[in-house]
Design a binder for this molecule. Structure first.
Ligand code: 13P
Length: 352
């Protein structure tokens, strides 16, 4: 168990976060297609090679989450991506769910699948060098959504996945994502996120998940993308920290936020505001702002990759500039984990 806890702590190393590059074949192809890049296995390999070989990535990245296909992929020189990462001191993670599927009897809601055969797959991934894993549940906010059944079955599956991971000596990243899509308010997102987290930790408790050896990957508490509500960085930080303080046990090893489709710089600024808030001695409702026990970092996919992908656009001549864009975002987010990000860093970064 000590080695699992040590891995969880290493992932939460101060000043660093996680690179989520575990897009399934379909999602990766869709993202490549948005930039007119051929949707082939070779394009996916070339793109991912660019990511894992970015020089200095480990300065701000403690772990990379891969997809099954990527675990077997190699650089042009024949080196396995996982070996490139490990040589650079980046821990290898693997997405192990098989996606969110329609929840029978509950139109518009989904449950994440992948528990069948998971014990065997985890043993295989562990033998290949995976030290941590990810499972993502998705919950939409809408009229009467998410319903209690959707919340419960996803929480149950997340805890089952987490116990299987820990049995296999793999640190589980538990990701219950409340989606940004919708017209809901900041307050409504906070209520739903709290409800979902209460169920997740209830199931973790009932099923015996060792909290010290797991990482929570939540959404930030945000108003819906189609909402007319404008929330400041501080309002978002207060809503997010208040929600986590009430719902997440202190023993959890750390919190690594997903970006969920937020613009890259805004996700960084919000992470920074979260960390600034936890370091301040301010009060809310005339009581001290809750001090929180876990490191707050990032496990971003799009908010780390998007600038690099758009600059690369499938062209080898753009490889260096794309890698610099990835490193720049990683550094900005690393700074944000210490509350040390300033928007001027992005102004300078524009000169990449
Ligand atoms: P985004 O940061 O793009 O939301 O991706 C994070 C992730 O791993 C989703 O499962």
């Amino acid at each position: 168990m000590n080695s699992l806890i040590a891995t969880a702590r290493a992932l939460m190393n101060r000043g660093k976060g996680l690179l989520a590059m575990d897009e399934s074949v379909g999602t990766c192809n869709r993202r490549l297609g948005e930039f007119g890049i051929a949707q082939t296995e070779e394009s996916r390999r070339r793109y991912r090679e660019l990511l894992v070989t970015a020089p200095g990535l480990s300065d701000s990245i403690s772990g990379a989450i891969l997809f099954d296909e990527t675990l077997q992929q190699r650089t042009q020189d024949g080196v396995l991506f996982i070996d490139v990462l490990r040589r650079n001191g980046i821990l290898v993670g693997i997405k192990v769910d098989v996606g969110a599927k329609a929840l029978a009897g509950h139109p518009g809601e989904r449950v994440t699948e992948g528990l069948d055969g998971l014990r065997e797959r985890l043993a295989h991934y562990s033998s290949l060098g995976a030290r941590f894993a990810k499972w993502r549940a998705v919950l939409a906010i809408g009229d009467g959504l998410p319903g209690p059944a959707c919340t419960l079955v996803n929480a149950h599956a997340l805890a089952r996945y987490a116990t299987l991971c820990q049995e296999a000596k793999i640190v589980p990243i538990v990701e219950p994502e409340v989606l940004m899509e919708g017209v809901h308010t900041l307050a409504r997102c906070g209520e739903v996120t709290a409800e979902v987290l209460h169920h997740v930790f209830d199931q973790c408790y009932r099923q015996g998940v060792i909290l010290e050896a797991m990482i929570l990957k939540p959404n930030m508490v945000l108003p819906g993308v189609s909402s007319t509500e404008a929330s400041t960085l501080d309002e978002i930080a207060d809503a997010t920290i208040g929600c986590l303080a009430r719902a997440v046990p202190a023993a959890v090893a750390g919190v690594a936020f997903l970006s969920g489709g937020q613009p890259a710089q805004l996700a960084t600024a919000r992470l920074n505001a979260l960390n600034l808030r936890t370091n301040s001695s301010r009060t809310v409702h005339e009581v001290p702002f809750p001090s929180i026990p876990w490191p707050l970092t990032f496990s971003f996919g799009r908010a780390l990759q998007q600038p690099a992908l758009s600059l690369w656009a499938g062209c080898d001549a753009n490889r260096d500039v794309a890698q610099r864009a990835l490193l720049h975002r990683a550094r900005c987010n690393g700074a944000a984990t210490r509350g040390a990000y300033r928007s001027a860093m992005d102004m300078e970064g524009l000169a990449i």
